[in-house]
Design a binder for this molecule. Structure first.
Ligand SMILES: [Ca+2]
Ligand SMILES: [Ca+2]
Length: 329
């Protein structure tokens, strides 16, 4: 190889590398050979069959470099191998990827991609937390307070409300319709109070004060009728098993009451229990959550219900049973 050839080869090699950066080596190597042949003024190494890259066995994913009369294959960026065989590097599993900890890495042929995870914004190498509260994209309930957190946000119902922050309902208010100055121990009875709804409210639940000394089936009922002693119909019922002394809850009811309708909240028990009541005149006309307390209802056996309402003329001497009515506005 003479000095003239060496001078010619160097600029071609530089041009070749520029082309390679955007395409492939094989085309570049052929280009070199053509130009030398077309030039025809020099002792062309490729035409002579002495351009080592002209017959190189490099992978199409490798760059060829002449080394003396031989050549060297170097896998392109993003690939690894001996130059004749080049395989994609999985930058994600190899720990080479420069993704942010809050980004997900996806491997591609010859490359990889970082995408910021949910709750973050950025180019994947830098991911910043989104303040969902100030950005107005938090989905908190209007009665909840939003708190920004790293990668997410939290919603908490305001005081006076209950829920998970995304759905908040006004916390129920308890209205005790108390009276424990009389008590009876009875087996398999049904007892209830009659209320006259003076407005539409949401009955959350109610509780009865019963002393139950063993596991006892309690049947909670909500009945409605258009008159105080009219035929009632069941609008809600549930059965629970209770033990112990004190209040036992009906569980969630979530019933919206209708104005000027009579509701009976009662419970039956399938055991021997002690229930409590107070004279009717101690609570007449008292607002009790749903509305005014109008009287009591009873049935002398349980399971089952078909409560006998006290007639209007006889209500004054009746009793009301110890209950807590929980109303949510
Ligand atoms: Ca890759
Ligand atoms: Ca956030």
């Amino acid at each position: 190889m003479n000095a003239k050839h060496a001078t010619f080869w160097k600029p071609l090699a530089a041009a070749c590398i520029l082309v390679l950066a955007g395409s492939g080596l094989a085309a570049c190597a052929r280009g070199d050979a053509r130009r030398e042949t077309d030039g025809g003024t020099i002792d062309d190494a490729a035409a002579d069959g002495t351009d080592p890259c002209a017959s190189a066995t490099c992978s199409s994913l490798a760059a060829c470099s002449p080394v003396g009369e031989s050549f060297e294959c170097t896998c392109l960026a993003g690939y690894a191998g001996d130059g004749e065989v080049c395989d994609d590097i999985d930058e994600c599993t190899e720990g080479i990827a420069t993704c942010h900890p809050a980004a997900t890495c996806t491997n591609f042929e010859g490359s990889f991609e970082c995408i910021c995870g949910l709750g973050y914004v950025g180019d994947g190498e830098v991911c910043d937390d989104i303040d969902e509260c100030t950005e107005g994209i938090a989905t908190c309930h209007e009665a909840a307070t939003c708190t920004n957190t790293e990668g997410s946000f939290e919603c908490a119902c305001d005081e006076g409300y209950s829920g998970d922050g995304f759905s908040c309902v006004a916390a129920p208010v308890d209205y005790p319709v108390g009276g424990r100055d009389q008590s009876w121990s009875m087996a398999n009875f049904w007892r209830g109070n009659i209320y006259h709804a003076t407005s539409s409210t949401r009955l959350d639940h109610f509780e009865v004060h019963l002393d139950v000394t063993d596991g006892c089936a309690l049947g909670f009922y909500v009945l409605s009728s258009s008159t105080v002693d009219g035929a009632p119909s069941v609008v809600w019922s549930a059965t629970t098993t209770a033990s112990g002394l004190g209040y036992h809850s009906s569980g969630p009811i979530d019933l919206t009451t209708e104005t000027d309708t009579y509701y009976t909240l009662g419970v039956g028990w399938d055991c021997l229990a002690t229930y409590y009541s107070a004279p009717y005149d101690s609570m007449v006309g008292t607002f009790a959550g749903i509305g005014t307390l109008e009287g009591n209802a009873f049935h002398n056996s349980y399971p089952g219900y078909s409560p006998t309402f006290l007639p209007s003329s006889g209500r004054a001497g009746g009793a009301h049973y110890d209950q807590i009515v929980s109303i949510a506005p």
